[in-house]
Design a protein around this ligand. Structure first.
Ligand SMILES: O=P(O)(O)OC[C@H]1O[C@](O)(CO)[C@@H](O)[C@@H]1O
Length: 529
């Protein structure tokens, strides 16, 4: 197509939202009108299903749960008065609690006030808060945020070293819907130990966000933590950012949580409408379907040309891949669905993998995100009639064109700024696009059975380790090779796992396991002295 024809196609298919100052351009996706016609009926069914979901249907059938993240920003739409009330009460509590902290009315044990916030959580209990904090935060925020989002000991040491002498001024927020996630439990215990090492009581610095009566809830109550905030059954981890999970950290950081909610609410309003060309979420879902033949055959590369949106791709990776990456359809057929997501930011990535995008394997489509506002206030030119921000747009449009010339498809999302309202709108846009797409490909977007397999397997590994350690302690000084030890603990078929566990044990001082070299790596002997 010539540039002129592309301009016509751009004008024809541009979806604009004046109230959000937002637009979605699908002109560089090579769908046809026939495709749109073909998708009309499946899309109608997807809308019907979303409508039912918003009314409180059990939209997560195997977990028998409602799916209520849309109610978080429109509590009046929740199907039960009690749900609406708890949403409003929790929001009021978030505001109240943050104000008390900021005003120094809720104070730490020894310091004058809380100035730092350590968040312990993983997956949806970390990614949303991280996205919001990084997108909207700044140097003058009333609290500085840190995260434990893994069970990596060195990672946690590094964070604690950054917190340094300010630990007595640090509020720790432990976030876990289930309240039983091991990584988060470990992070909490490591944090607790750090406070104790400084003679501080953890409970006087700790807040939980978790499900009612979860393990974490009970632990928080037993140890007199400052507070707990609810995480409801009808909110999934990956869609929890506009519940207390994302709102409490954001409010403590001094960010505009009402703006986040308002943006999401407005986007929800627009993405409920059935006229497809006016519904950006429906258009996204259709474009994903078009790009990957409804089977996810092309990866989605998310390229925001804005540093503040660096974590968008990481956030969407969970939202999209945990929602859509499913073995079975709603009817139990094996479908192995999914949509792979990766990306960082432009123009930085032009100096990394964009080379392959233009010339290499053709297995993706790009979503560019353009932010119109460059910075607070004016920019100085870097050369005649051009600022750094002008270059950023230049690189975006240039790359979009260069990819199109090579037949690579792309979507362009344009937003006015990186404000709370815009971010809330982006979050809601993708939540609904995922919901609609899941309906189009007939899968349950709201469970994650695949993740459980890894958790169970990890439990088996730790169980083997316990057996090994008790055997090695019983046979003090004797030990054996991985093969011999696997047999000795009654797990000869697990010799490989036993080998990995022993190598790790011997590399660390914690359990007293040492290693004596053998003639090959597999002849090494392990013992407890
Ligand atoms: O909030 P929780 O229960 O600790 O779960 C954390 C994450 O673990 C998962 O359940 C599985 O990885 C995610 O869906 C979730 O966001």
């Amino acid at each position: 197509m010539s540039q002129r024809e592309l301009w016509e196609r751009y004008k024809r298919y541009l979806c604009v939202s004046p109230s959000l100052g937002f637009s979605l351009d699908i002109s560089r996706m090579k769908f046809t009108e026939a495709f749109l016609d073909r998708m009309r009926e499946p899309l109608k069914q997807a809308f019907d299903a979303m409508e039912e979901l918003e009314k409180g249907a059990i939209a997560n059938p195997d977990e028998k749960r409602q799916v209520g993240h849309y109610w978080l920003r429109a509590s009046e739409l929740s199907p039960e008065a009690g749900i609406g009330r708890s949403i409003r009460d929790t929001l009021a509590d978030v505001h109240w609690f943050a104000e008390e902290i900021h005003a120094g009315r809720i104070v730490p044990q020894t310091a004058e006030r809380f100035t730092q916030l350590l968040i312990v959580g993983i997956g949806g209990s970390a990614l949303g808060p991280q996205l919001v904090a990084d997108a909207l935060g700044g140097a003058s925020d009333p609290m500085k945020l840190f995260f434990f989002d893994n069970t990596d000991p060195d990672g946690m040491d590094r964070v604690l070293a950054q917190v340094g002498d300010k630990l007595p001024e640090t509020l720790t927020l432990v976030i876990s819907k289930s309240g039983g996630t091991k990584e988060t439990r470990n992070g909490m215990l490591e944090a607790e130990r750090a406070y104790k090492a400084r003679g501080l009581e953890f409970g006087a610095h700790a807040v939980a966000i978790t499900g009612d009566n979860s393990e974490l809830d009970r632990y928080a109550k037993k140890n007199s933590w400052l507070r707990t905030f609810p995480m409801w059954d009808w909110i999934g981890g990956r869609t929890s950012v506009l519940s207390a999970v994302g709102l409490l950290p954001a409010r403590l950081q001094g960010l505009d949580v009402d703006g986040l909610l308002a943006g999401a609410r407005e986007m929800d309003r627009q993405t409920r409408q059935r006229e497809v060309m006016r519904n950006p979420a429906a258009l996204l879902a259709l474009m994903w379907f078009h790009a990957g033949d409804g089977r996810g055959t092309r990866d989605m590369v998310i390229l925001p040309y804005k540093d503040r949106l660096l974590l968008l791709s990481k956030y969407l990776q969970q939202l999209v891949m945990e929602s859509l990456g499913k073995e079975l359809s709603l009817d139990g057929q094996v479908v192995n669905q999914g949509l792979a997501v990766y990306g960082n930011k432009g123009s930085t990535d032009q100096h990394a993998y964009v080379q392959q995008l233009r010339e290499g394997v053709h297995n993706f489509f790009v979503t560019f995100v353009e932010v119109l506002k460059d910075r607070q206030g004016p920019s100085q030119p870097v050369e005649e009639d051009a600022t750094s921000g002008d270059y950023l747009v230049g690189f975006l449009l240039g790359t979009r064109r260069a990819l199109y010339e090579k037949d690579r498809e792309s979507i362009l999302l344009t937003v006015p700024d990186v404000s709370a309202r815009t971010l809330g709108a982006l979050i809601a846009l993708y939540e609904r696009a995922v919901g609609l797409y899941a309906q189009l490909v007939h899968i349950n977007a709201y469970h994650q059975p695949g993740v459980e397999a890894g958790k169970k397997a990890a439990g088996t590994v730790l169980e083997l380790q316990r057996k090994l350690l008790s055997h090695l302690r019983a046979k003090k000084g004797q030990g054996g090779t991985a093969d011999a030890l696997a047999t000795a603990i009654g797990a000869p078929d697990e010799a490989e796992t036993v080998f990995h566990v022993l190598e790790h044990l011997a590399a660390n001082p914690d359990h007293g396991v040492t290693r004596t070299e053998g003639s090959s790596p597999f002849d090494a002997r392990y013992q407890v002295a």
